[in-house]
Design a binder for this molecule. Structure first.
Ligand code: F6P
Ligand code: MN
Length: 284
């Protein structure tokens, strides 16, 4: 197997263990917070340990950075790849039995977005699915009868029907609210669970739409973390034929990242909806 195939296999192994933990363990909070100030569930910590344990078996993994860890951790000095991950995104939704996920960005030669070589996410819902973006292909797998079975590749249409607006409306800017309202007036349907992984997966599988997490009055730099959430999904959306931009209209994958826990306002969607964002935010 190539080194990256080993990493994908390591992610599959972690995913099955995390799926079991989500099914069987309780959803108590721990006494700790992560770097972004969110109180960690015991399941966040367990998922983080599972992934670190699986990657520590792979000599190709040089170092890991996790949403749940303060600092990067070197695993194998001679390894080729760096992996940033969010072990259990949306974990506060587990006790109401909504879908959650794991997100991985795989880099070679440094943590900057242009060094990303692949990204992967896993959705834990009624079914467990995995999506990999690598070499211009977005592959979709479903866990069925004891193995991940490959389905059709994912491609976004030029224009979709779904609108997933993140953050609290009260804290949106006027222009952002006008844009979201404009989409609804145009027939777009609201699809927002509050879990980034299922919400972005939903748009990808239904052919397109817009997911936005803008700069808000309470979070002027957005909420979603570049390394653990924003870059990996930007990579998937671009490879699926969509676009992923910030509020200035620039590609998310060209943003610098000086701290692993840094955030950015972000917009993911198909060509038409991203064009609208650029019009409203003045980037066109
Ligand atoms: O990890 C952050 C997260 O839980 C994402 O999964 C999700 O997209 C976002 O927060 C939801 O935030 P809000 O409730 O502010 O829309
Ligand atoms: Mn998250």
């Amino acid at each position: 197997m190539t080194s990256l195939a080993n990493i994908f296999q390591g992610i599959e192994n972690s995913a099955l263990r995390i799926r079991d933990a989500v099914t069987n363990e309780d959803t108590d909070y721990s006494a700790k917070s992560n770097q972004s100030g969110e109180i960690q569930l015991k399941l966040d910590i367990l998922s983080d340990l599972i992934i670190a344990e699986e990657f520590s078996k792979l000599p190709e993994v040089k170092s890991i950075a996790s949403e749940e860890k303060e600092e990067e951790e070197v695993l194998h000095e001679d390894g080729e790849f760096l992996i940033a991950y969010d072990p259990l995104d949306g974990s506060s939704l587990i006790n109401v039995n909504l879908s959650v996920g794991s997100i991985f960005g795989i880099y070679r030669g440094g943590w900057s977005a242009e060094k990303m070589v692949a990204s992967v996410y896993v959705v834990y819902g009624p079914r467990t699915e995995m999506v990999t973006a690598y070499k211009k292909q977005v592959r979709h797998y479903i866990y069925r009868h004891g193995r991940f079975k490959e389905l059709e590749q994912i491609k976004l249409g030029k224009r979709g029907t779904l609108n997933a607006p993140g953050g609290t409306q009260q804290n949106w800017t006027k222009k952002h609210k006008a844009m979201v309202d404009g989409l609804f007036s145009d027939g777009y349907r609201l699809r927002y669970s509050g879990g980034m992984v299922p919400d972005l997966h939903h748009i990808l599988l239904k052919g397109g739409g817009l997911f936005s997490y803008p700069a808000t009055s309470d979070k002027p730099l957005g909420k979603l973390r570049k390394l653990f959430e924003v870059f990996p999904f930007a990579f998937v959306y671009e490879m699926a034929g969509g676009e992923a931009i910030d509020e200035n209209g620039g590609r998310l994958l060209e943003l610098p990242c000086s701290d692993p826990h840094e955030t950015s306002p972000c917009f993911f969607g198909s060509e038409y909806e991203i064009g609208l964002v650029k019009d409203v935010y003045g980037a066109n």
